[in-house]
Write a protein that binds this ligand. Structure first.
Ligand code: ATP
Length: 390
């Protein structure tokens, strides 16, 4: 099949997949009020979470927030201190890890240095008693899957970081577990190989019909690959949603600022009626108007979260003051970052208050580029931002 045809198949499967919206769907994995303490330190704090069969699920959060601990409980390595984790309705605690239909690929890969690639990939199968032609066939299949056929006879220290990563992946996939846990699976790869491998992983997951739970620090990777993402903070899950929903409808400032860049404008509600909210920003002189159907009290403190790419920027002398655009904020360019595809501007809108704007570089030549110190006007539509109450 051509790669275009393959993506269509993957796309069709992934587009239609949303069992978490189906009240009749039963989750494959359930964390029920799970707490994990190490001595008097609580690493995972009262987490309840459902993950569905064939889901590509990502745990995302800063270092030390409890992602690996959550995953290790699912692999059967550590029992919860409180609560329980079930897989297909059965409590994981008490089942030996090697009996669980779960495999974990570790951050460190944990390859056997004295074995070649072939033997590393086949190790788990051999332990299960698979041998002879059947073993060869399954190892060949895995090597082809991760495109390592040519390296089958090399030892791990004769491979690049990316190749070692693929060996670890092939070894984790070889037993065709129901659930594959991947801790920072693409950490050692450079940007380009990382992107390619992301798509390969997504294809593999659909092709093999497995449930993937991955841990990553990398928000772009999480956004690109996952059906849903759980954002964690100090042992708790703050929000679980599909990538687009998390980005456009964050539940709080923590999620809004963890995922991508965001401008958070602290405001007081001046008036709220018929889905139109008028706000007075703490930035002096800035009045804003946004759309939101929820009810708000007068003077309530809220934060307007506006993504940099939803703000437009223009030279101050090219914008008629108070023109039809609802939200205008004047400022001065503080910094410009040219990234090739995008240019980002940091704009000082009040002393010590910066807003970030990102503009796609759609043409190769700009008649009057915006530069350091230029007075500018930022504007955004009433529906561009989301109002946050915490
Ligand atoms: P990273 O992204 O850096 O891998 P993480 O989110 O996966 O971090 P965990 O490895 O789950 O974080 O660790 C969560 C917290 O629990 C950390 O503060 C860690 O130091 C602590 N922790 C983990 N394992 C143990 C242990 N065996 N004994 C004591 N504390 C532990």
């Amino acid at each position: 099949m051509s790669s275009g045809g393959k993506r269509q198949v993957v796309g069709a499967v992934r587009r239609a997949f949303a069992p978490w919206n189906d009240p009749a769907a039963t989750p494959l994995i359930r964390y029920e009020s799970v707490t994990k303490a190490f001595g008097d330190f609580t690493a995972v704090n009262d987490v309840s979470l459902d993950i569905y069969e064939r889901e590509f699920f990502t745990l995302l959060g800063p270092s030390g927030c409890g992602k690996t601990t959550l995953m290790r409980m699912l692999a059967g390595f550590d029992p919860p201190t409180k609560g329980r984790v079930t897989l297909a309705g059965k409590d994981i605690a008490g089942q030996p890890p090697h009996r669980l239909p779960v495999n974990m690929m570790f951050q460190s890969y944990a390859l056997f240095p004295h074995m070649n690639v072939r033997r590393n990939v086949g190790f788990g199968l051999e332990m299960e008693g698979v041998k002879g032609g059947e073993l060869d066939r399954r190892v060949d299949e895995m090597l082809a899957l991760v495109k390592l056929e040519k390296f089958a006879h090399r030892k791990p220290d004769q491979l690049s970081g990316g190749q070692r990563q693929r060996v670890a992946l092939a070894r984790a996939l070889a037993k065709k577990p129901k659930v594959l846990l991947l801790d920072e699976p693409l950490g050692a790869l450079d940007k380009k190989l990382r992107e390619e491998t992301q798509y390969e992983l997504m294809d593999l997951q659909v092709k093999l019909g497995m449930t993937f739970v991955i841990v990553t620090h990398d928000q772009d990777e999480a956004m690109a690959m996952s059906d849903r993402i759980a954002i964690m903070d100090t042992g708790r899950i703050v929000q679980v949603a599909a990538p687009g929903e998390l980005y456009e409808q964050p539940s709080c400032r923590y999620v809004a600022s963890f995922l991508g860049d965001v401008n958070l404008l602290e405001c007081a509600v001046v008036q709220a009626a018929d889905g139109q909210i008028e706000l007075a920003a703490t930035t002096p002189g800035v009045r804003l108007r946004v759309q939101d159907d929820r009810s708000f009290a007068r003077d309530q403190t809220v934060w307007l979260a506006v993504r940099p790419e939803k703000v437009t920027i223009a030279h101050a002398d090219s914008v008629a003051p108070g023109a039809a655009i609802s939200n205008q904020i004047a400022g001065k360019i503080w910094d410009v970052g040219y990234l090739g595809d995008w240019t980002t501007y940091l704009v000082e809108v009040a002393p010590d208050t910066l807003m970030r704007v990102a503009c796609a570089n759609l043409s190769r030549f700009v008649e009057r580029p915006i530069s350091w110190e230029d007075p500018v006007v930022l504007s955004f539509a009433p529906a561009a931002g989301v109002l946050l109450t915490r």
